[in-house]
Ligand binder design. Structure first.
Ligand SMILES: O=C(O)C[C@H](O)C(=O)O
Ligand code: SF4
Length: 515
């Protein structure tokens, strides 16, 4: 087994940097559906470009490593303790090499361990089997989509859909509702795994297990096959679209599993995974530890380079009616008030990252830099220091902004911040503050971590690094950083509009389908 650690390192790097073929095909299908020229189509093009860049740079597709989860099947007699040690060592090495972001945080002190190890991290689950090889599967499921997982206890009342009872039709309603409530915040278009039955923990476990099924397999249970097909057809009618910009591609895959339950409980658990569906697997020789075969690599590969050429040609034709506005911070109130929902902005200059820890901190501390007229970027990048001690951004896409909702408006007013960049949109409190104070919300494309890292020309400084790499305030000099205005200072919010219209569309699925 002396090659096992290297094999695990290769698996981690491959999972973090290259999407498997089945996922690529699903994204390519979504591209065909999304109408050229819309914001959703533009977002999908950025996603495709990002996938391509991650391939070429062998760098993380998305900056969020998630909670690395290994599922391993071993022949009887294989030493699991040694395997665990090798996996942990491979995780540390991949983190050191910028293939993973240090993502393991002490829940009580908030301290980032710096190497992706911690109490219960990574997750490693073993099972024995009677085959003569080892099967290792890895999923890197990010936090934004994890936060959109949802569990229903039937019977229940669902907004838009009415009562969901303890039957297949009730399950149908829960799944549609799960897609609706995620909106664009889990970086749609997404994939869902559904677990029917079990208790609260085994139900979620089953839901997550479904994410290991190939996207294009067929459910062997006839009712579930029908339900999967129904969901794929109808969830895409909700009009949420890529990034929640509105559009035709909301769901890329739906896999449903079932287990027994106890008489009093009926859970439907839904695990939501973003488009950056990083899960991979290998077969391992138990004698040497070498990789015998890569999984999820059957079937046709998608030539994204060709797809991009087509998209660029279409975009050139559509350019006409899009306002593209160049912004160089510091921004004035007047400049910001000219921006309207739907405008595309291109930022050049220095922007400051700030996410959960920074927002909490700024509520009762001074800012480490003058933020007047400045732009805050909701982002926790992957950073590497070179031999001369200079920092480089290896992956830097936006994080889910709604988590900052309790703070954002107050912080914008307190420090004179004029714009925030993030993804998934923000709520009524922030919208009101944008109106009162003169501010704007800019939606970047979630998961496009290579695309945005490429816009970062230098790292000019960092404050509050004691919060850990993802939570520190990085000063990033960017060039042509592109984002879409989705909330403006005139009370308009694309997110509010899409949420409202998708709720109306959800209501069309109220009547029973599976009797
Ligand atoms: O932690 C992050 O970088 C982002 C997170 O995955 C998110 O979707 O909000
Ligand atoms: S930022 Fe988006 S793509 Fe990345 S892990 Fe979070 S939900 Fe997934």
């Amino acid at each position: 087994m002396e090659k096992f650690q290297q094999s695990m390192y290769d698996l981690i790097v491959e999972t973090s940097t290259k999407l498997p073929k089945d996922v690529r095909r699903a994204i390519a299908r979504a591209k065909v559906r999304e109408n050229a020229g819309t914001r959703a189509a533009m977002a999908l093009n950025t996603i495709v470009e990002n996938i391509q860049m991650a391939d070429e740079n062998v760098s993380p597709i998305c900056q969020d490593t998630g909670l690395p989860t290994f599922k391993i099947k071993v022949p009887v007699g294989v030493n699991q303790i040694e395997m665990k040690k090798a996996i942990r060592a491979a995780i540390v090495e991949a983190t050191k090499n910028g293939k993973l972001r240090p993502n393991s945080v002490d829940s009580l002190t908030g301290k980032n361990s710096g190497d992706n190890l911690g109490e219960g991290v990574p997750v490693i689950k073993f099972e024995q089997w009677e085959n003569d090889y080892i099967d290792v599967r890895l999923i890197l499921k990010g936090g934004g989509c994890e936060n959109k997982n949802i569990q229903y206890s039937l019977p229940c009342e669902l907004e838009g859909l009415g009562r969901a009872g303890r039957d297949l039709d009730g399950i149908r309603k829960c799944i549609l509702h799960a897609v609706y409530q995620a909106q664009g915040q889990g970086c749609s278009a997404g994939f869902i795994g559904v677990g029917i039955g079990g208790d609260r923990s085994s139900g979620y476990e089953l839901a997550k297990e479904q994410l290991f099924r190939p996207v294009d397999d067929v459910n062997p249970i006839e009712e579930l096959r029908q339900l999967e097909e129904y969901i794929m057809e109808n969830a895409n009618k909700l009009g949420i679209g890529t990034m929640g910009f509105g559009g035709e591609s909301t769901l890329l895959g739906c896999k449903i599993g079932v287990m027994h339950r106890i008489p009093a409980s009926f859970f439907v658990s839904v695990a939501y995974n973003c488009w950056a569906f990083r899960r991979m697997g290998v077969k391992i020789d138990p004698a040497t530890g070498e990789i015998i075969e890569w999984l999820y690599q059957d079937g046709e590969d998608v030539d994204f380079a060709k797809e991009l050429e087509k998209a660029e040609a279409a975009a050139a034709l559509e350019q006409g009616d899009t306002r593209v506005i160049d912004l160089v911070p510091p921004l004035s109130e007047e400049q910001v008030r000219q921006l309207r929902v739907g405008d595309v902005v291109r930022i050049s200059g220095v922007i400051y990252t700030g996410r959960d820890a920074i927002h909490k901190y700024l509520m009762d501390h001074d800012a480490p830099v003058d933020l007047n007229g400045q732009i805050i970027y909701h982002c926790g990048p992957v950073m590497l220091k070179d031999e001369e001690g200079r920092w480089h951004a290896k992956a830097a896409g936006p994080t889910t902004s709604i988590r900052e909702e309790p703070y954002q408006g107050d912080i914008m007013k307190k420090f004179g911040v004029r714009a925030v960049i993030g993804k998934g949109g923000m709520g009524a409190k922030t919208l009101q503050a944008l109106k009162e104070h003169g501010g704007v919300y800019l939606n970047a494309i979630g998961g496009a971590a290579q695309y945005y890292a490429d816009c970062i020309k230098s790292v000019e400084g960092v404050d509050l690094l004691e919060f850990g790499i993802p939570e520190a305030m990085w000063h990033l000099r960017v060039e042509n950083f592109t984002a879409v205005v989705t909330m403006d200072s005139h009370g308009n919010s694309l997110h509010e509009d899409v949420e409202k219209s998708s709720l109306e569309k959800l209501a069309q699925f109220k009547e029973p389908v599976f009797k």
